[in-house]
Design a protein around this ligand. Structure first.
Ligand code: NAP
Length: 306
């Protein structure tokens, strides 16, 4: 069965990752794109909104991948579920935990597939790290997630809106990795959010989790090399480092052989299994950590950054 799919929101991630991964998977056929401001480079029909797409292809569509900014996902996903379509949600899968729970309930009631695609969970270091941590007890955790926002998000104003996630647009990738691999459930005990002057969303954040030596630092003001590193030690004395956002795995100082970094190909391989099974695959834990952070964080004002 070929899964006829449309991409909703044809921006950076749709162009660089989703369209190539769909093209590379023999089980999918891209049949349309929704882009309010057009998409001259798409070689499939382009529609200004989801309603126009659905009207143009009755019975001709099986699935959608929603790649808009997060605040738009709930309404679009609800419309797609209502139309009986399988839905892939880019990360973060909704703007709030409540929205995500509502989407899960809708998809469950409709018997449609809903897939929250946390792309970092498909980085090659993640499954081997999870296997190493199985049955272990965590001794320490340090997330160090730094990058230059002007390099990675040029011109994206939505990230600074109250529902744009700020530095957590990137930082939630680290949280999605740890929720996938850790042998314990994390609880946010304290948090600080650095809010630039004139903005609503944080440019940096630090979190302390319950238990000894469990912390995370996220910063978009890095001018040098990005750092996307998670360091863990276990009670049995093992040291594990997940580097490069999940591209590399170092165990007790020795780099481990891994497969290629092909997150989106792995995502579409998984979606191809989930669609015919009409399955739900939604990890809401990274959203819970963000929601808990927002509830207890101390906010500090920092200078505007550009
Ligand atoms: P982006 O470049 O700003 O693209 C967002 C797209 O959504 C734009 O093309 C925009 O179209 C479209 N859009 C806005 N309103 C819409 C609507 N009502 N219906 C359909 N499309 C609409 O953002 P992005 O970087 O691709 O990020 C999108 C999502 O992917 C975010 O949640 C982000 O966290 C995630 N993500 C991004 C990256 C990355 O490296 N950029 C990596 C992984 C995941 P117009 O321009 O026409 O308004």
């Amino acid at each position: 069965m070929t899964i006829r799919i449309a991409i909703i929101g044809y921006g950076k991630i749709a162009r660089t990752e989703h369209a190539p991964a769909i093209a590379a998977h023999p089980g999918f056929e891209l049949v349309g794109v929704v882009s309010p401001s057009g998409a001259a480079d798409a070689d499939v029909p382009v529609y200004p909104n989801l309603t126009a797409l659905l009207a143009a292809m009755p019975g001709g569509l099986d699935a959608v991948a929603i790649c808009t900014p997060p605040r738009l996902r709930r309404a679009l996903a609800a419309q797609a579920v209502d139309a009986g379509l399988a839905v892939l949600l880019e990360k973060p899968p909704a703007a709030t935990l409540g929205e995500l729970e509502a989407l899960v309930a809708m998809a469950r009631a409709a018997g449609t597939c809903l897939f929250a695609a946390w792309h970092s969970q498909y980085a090659p270091a993640v499954a081997p790290a999870a296997a190493l941590l199985k049955g272990e007890r965590l001794a320490s955790l340090a997330i160090d997630w730094r990058e230059d926002v002007t390099k990675w998000h040029p011109g994206q104003e939505w990230i600074w809106e109250p529902d744009g996630f700020g530095v957590f647009d990137t930082g939630v990738n680290a949280l999605s990795i740890v929720t996938a691999i850790l042998p314990e459930r994390l609880e946010v005990e304290a948090a600080t959010l650095a809010i630039p002057e004139g903005r609503q969303a944080p440019i940096a954040a630090s979190l302390r989790f319950a238990g000894p030596d469990r912390s995370a630092a996220f910063d978009w003001r890095e001018r040098g090399e990005e750092a996307w590193v998670i360091r863990l030690t276990t009670a049995s004395g093992r040291a594990i480092a997940i580097e490069g956002g999940g591209a590399r795995l170092v165990v007790d100082g020795a780099e481990q052989p891994l497969g290629p970094f092909a997150e989106y190909r792995a995502i579409y391989a998984r979606f191809a299994e989930l669609v015919p099974a009409r399955a739900l695959a939604v990890d809401s834990e990274p959203m819970r950590l963000l929601a808990d952070t927002a509830l207890i964080a101390r906010r500090v004002a920092v200078p505007a950054h550009g």
